[in-house]
Structure formats: structure tokens, C-alpha cells
Design a protein around this ligand. Structure first.
Ligand code: SF4
Ligand code: SF4
Length: 153
């Protein structure tokens, strides 16, 4: 009786050992779903939304007209706009337009709200910095980019 029990345990143990080996081998031979970042990078989808950026106008400057429509829609309250009026000039003059990307939640609502297509979500997502003050993007930083979006609103 004891012998049967011992043989049964050996057979059962060997079976589960084989199941483990087969499972491990299957995973070893499977196509990897990760990439060796940062040496390799996934290709982004055309609608991928990285960070928010300002869109350059024909003159190379920004297209913002300081209407402030993007300010109240921002759930993170991370947009700062400074503007003034000048006599004889229609509309506002932009003094400063700043987005704190450290607070931004990348929702894209500001882009949706901007009737002047002055903002866009661009496919840049590598923005790690040691000093969070560097995440405060002013106009030149918001205009600069490495990647242009393939898909526009
Ligand atoms: S909604 Fe557009 S144009 Fe108006 S302040 Fe914001 S970025 Fe500028
Ligand atoms: S993407 Fe969202 S959180 Fe970021 S600045 Fe625009 S509205 Fe605010």
C-alpha cells in the first residue's frame, strides 16, 4: 500500500514538473510584448496624445489670441495667461502663456476648447526631469517639439 502511494506521488510530482517545464518553455518561445526601452520604442498611434503644445502660425509665432477659453475648462488649473489690451489694437495682446505640465493631466480639454487651433496634443511623452520647475512650459517651450502629431483635431 505504501509502495503504491509512493509511486503515485512520484508520478504526480513528475507530471506537475513536466507541466511547469512546458509552461515555462511556452513563455520563453512566445513573442515578447515588451521592448528594450530606451533603445527601442513603440511606434505611437496617430491619435496618441502625449503632451499639450502650442501650434505655430504662419509667421512662426503662436496662434493664441488670449481669449482665455482654455482656462476654465482645465480641470487641473495649470494654465496661466497674462494679457493686456492696447489702444487701436483689436483683441488682447498675450504677455505670457504658461502650462505647468507637472500638474497637467493630459486630458486635452484645452485643445478642444481652443477655437483658434492654437493648442494641440503632440506625441511627445518623455518629459522626465529632476527639477519639477522645468515642467513649467512657457511659450517658447510650448512651441518647441521633436514630434508633430499625425492626427489633428
Ligand atoms: S483658447 Fe486658444 S486662443 Fe484662447 S487663450 Fe487658450 S490657447 Fe489662446
Ligand atoms: S491637457 Fe487638460 S489638464 Fe492639461 S492643460 Fe489642457 S486642459 Fe489642462
Amino acid at each position: 500500500m505504501r509502495l503504491f502511494r509512493a509511486v503515485g506521488r512520484i508520478v504526480k510530482g513528475t507530471w506537475w514538473l513536466l507541466v511547469g517545464i512546458v509552461t515555462t518553455t511556452k513563455h520563453l518561445l512566445r513573442h515578447a510584448i515588451t521592448v528594450q526601452y530606451p533603445k527601442e520604442r513603440f511606434e505611437q498611434w496617430p491619435r496618441f496624445r502625449g503632451r499639450v503644445a502650442m501650434v505655430a502660425g504662419d509667421d512662426g509665432g503662436h496662434k493664441c489670441v488670449a481669449c482665455a477659453q482654455c482656462i476654465p475648462v482645465c480641470p487641473a488649473a495649470c494654465i496661466t495667461l497674462e494679457r493686456h489690451r492696447e489702444e487701436g489694437v483689436k483683441g488682447f495682446i498675450v504677455d505670457a502663456y504658461v502650462i505647468d505640465l507637472g500638474l497637467c493631466i493630459y486630458c486635452g480639454l484645452c485643445v478642444e476648447a481652443c477655437k483658434f487651433d492654437a493648442l494641440a496634443m503632440i506625441p511627445e511623452y518623455e518629459m522626465s526631469v529632476y527639477d519639477k520647475a522645468e515642467l513649467v512650459y512657457d511659450i517658447p517651450k510650448l512651441l518647441s517639439r521633436q514630434l508633430e502629431p499625425e492626427f489633428k483635431r
